[in-house]
Design a protein around this ligand. Sequence first.
Ligand code: NAD
Length: 272
Amino acid sequence: VRELRGRVAFVTGAASGIGLGTVRSLARAGMRVAMGDIEEAALEKARSEIAASGADVRAFRLDVSEPEQVERAAAEAERAFGRIHVIFNNAGVGVRGPLDEMSVSNWAWVVGVNLIGVANGIRSFVPRIKAQGEGGHVVNTASMAGLIAPAGLGIYNATKYAVVGISETLRAELAPQGIGVSVLCPGLVNTNIFTAGRNRPERYGGPGETLESIRQAAQQRAMDPAEAGECVRRGIEEDRPYIFTHPEIRAAFDARVANIHADLEHWARSAS
Ligand SMILES: NC(=O)c1ccc[n+]([C@@H]2O[C@H](COP(=O)([O-])OP(=O)(O)OC[C@H]3O[C@@H](n4cnc5c(N)ncnc54)[C@H](O)[C@@H]3O)[C@@H](O)[C@H]2O)c1
């Protein structure tokens, strides 16, 4: 979408971090923005602050892992703004620890939000974007953890690899209709992800573990969410398949690809 002014975006995980930074960037570019989040107080605070700058923003409380709640928010946002051009499926959470120690509820929560949440956003918003006939764009938030998988973040990696795959498929499926798709793969951004457990619903085990220690270490070298928001805005305007905030992480990705090539060659040799 080249011209954002006057167009409408729906952003999930909009009350904090990368989602909030992106709402600010899109509103500054003249978009009208529907802000969706599970954390109601933070959402209302963020909405009123952005509205005070004169932007047309509205808040929709939703849990992205619940298909009916996503569908209801999509219908309400469409009624409020007339049409929707951009969906940013960004809400996400994480847990840390070795895979063999991960509980069933850890799996259900992180897969529910990071993967099923994206699927729910695609199902409720893409048909609406197609129907308005003016083109549009989908951004899904994965991570560099969707392209490289070191020890310790197994469930998170599983969901983020999946989001990269879904986004590549969706880009191929929507290209004929003039709807772009990007996958956002950030490195470390200074957000509240390290206290994601604050928003863990009861059915997924309730509020839990926070990772304050990593947060403090991470903050020192993390990017400002405002900068990440600008990357997302540019990715939409330029219809980039991948949005990278930290292209310097490339070396770790190259190492993964080199491993895959080495084994392709190994198996090619032993086949002959
Ligand atoms: N911060 C980083 O370093 C980093 C790096 C790579 C990827 N990411 C990804 O960026 C995205 C945004 O995370 P962030 O870092 O801004 O964290 P954040 O915690 O600051 O923001 C995430 C927002 O999502 C909301 N949320 C959580 N569960 C939800 C649910 N079930 N339904 C609706 N909203 C929900 C939270 O209330 C919060 O406002 C996530 O998908 C995360 O995995 C973050």
